[in-house]
Design a protein around this ligand. Structure first.
Ligand code: ADP
Ligand code: ZN
Length: 327
């Protein structure tokens, strides 16, 4: 009898999965997702990132429609391009702040979307979200220290240290560190803030400016790749020596289309470290240390769900001020 009741309770719990909603806000597109994880994506919708009011209105509409179709989600996770304001005590918490993206500076994203959706919100950078998704569902399961790097229109890094993303003064922004230049590299760089920071030297637009043609058209033996490999090797050198990840996922439009980069970057890292750090990951385990994202192009959207799931588990969600669907 008692055993029967326990079985009934288990059945009840599995019949009400913890539905989560998410939005990955990217510089070129926004991806809305609803589900409980990679094996249970109820719907996914991609919208182009255009003028901010129009973009946010379209996201509102998708979330509203899903609320009617699927019922209220437990939380909304937002992984955004940045920089973003993550300070809980800040009046501009949830804003995209000093982005060079035209028209998007100082844009309230999380407060506004949370208010409209009427459910609690978790907000972080897109790369922190993608990293957390790899930790929850992908190739970093079982690891507490790892990182997700994206090289695309920009360069971003989500570093997970002891199971959590880095946050103090602000979120970390390893894409904009200054690095030692490869001998002979005189390219001025394209970062509007720093010129020849890492992103200024090795992002997709930087590669295009270096080569005078889109990165997609460069053959593997084009000399521009040598500078890119060197710059990304410097990034990984810094990461190994600071947050000490046990695995690094290398994603984004550039590496995902340029498979030759992986071995070149792995070897550049080893060359640069020059045997200062001794670890199997830097020797026989090198091919498993720097890897493509296990979740592939879903790392970003699933990252938004992972942000919501992590925040629900820790109950540190930002509650909307006008609640229509709180449970
Ligand atoms: P975003 O950074 O905008 O979110 P992606 O990560 O897909 O998007 O990166 C897009 C960038 O990737 C483009 O700006 C381009 O520079 C670069 N890219 C796209 N296709 C290729 C390719 N085949 N080879 C190398 N780089 C590419
Ligand atoms: Zn910069």
């Amino acid at each position: 009898m008692r055993a029967g009741r326990r079985a009934d309770r288990r059945a009840d719990v599995s019949a009400t999965p913890k539905l989560l909603a998410g939005v990955e806000l990217g510089g070129t597109k926004c991806v809305c997702i609803i589900g409980t994880g990679p094996d249970d994506v109820r719907a996914i919708e991609r919208l182009p990132t255009v003028e901010r009011e129009e973009t946010l209105r379209q996201i509102d509409a998708v979330l509203e429609r899903w609320g009617q179709q699927h019922g209220p989600a437990l939380a909304l996770g937002l992984g955004s391009f940045g920089p973003v304001d993550l300070r809980e005590d800040s009046p501009t918490w949830g804003y995209i702040t000093s982005t060079p993206k035209p028209g998007w500076r100082n844009t309230d994203v999380a407060q506004r979307l949370g208010r409209r959706a009427g459910i609690p919100v978790a907000f972080d950078t897109d790369v922190n979200g993608a990293a957390l998704a790899e930790g929850r569902w992908g190739g970093a399961r079982g690891l507490d220290d790892f990182a997700y790097v994206t090289v695309g229109t920009g360069i971003g890094v989500g570093s997970i240290v002891r199971g959590r993303s880095i946050f103090g003064l602000s979120h970390a922004e390893l894409g904009h560190i200054r690095i030692v230049r490869k001998a002979g590299d005189t390219f001025a760089g394209v970062c509007p803030y720093h010129g020849d920071c890492l992103e200024g030297l090795a992002s997709g637009p930087a590669i295009e400016a270096r080569a005078g043609m889109p990165a997609s058209q460069l053959p593997p033996d084009h000399p521009a790749w040598e500078f890119v490999v060197h710059a990304l090797g410097q990034l990984l050198h810094t990461m190994v020596l600071t947050t000490a990840p046990r695995r690094i996922f290398l994603g984004g439009g550039v590496p995902s289309a340029q498979a030759h980069l992986f071995d070149r970057i792995r070897h550049e890292l080893v060359r640069s470290l020059n045997q200062y750090v001794i670890a199997p990951e830097l020797e026989q385990g090198l091919a498993q240390f720097i890897v493509p994202p296990t979740l592939g192009t879903m790392a970003g959207p699933l990252g938004a769900l992972a942000l919501a799931a992590d925040a629900v588990a820790r109950a540190d969600l930002h509650k909307p001020s006008i609640s229509t669907a709180l449970r």
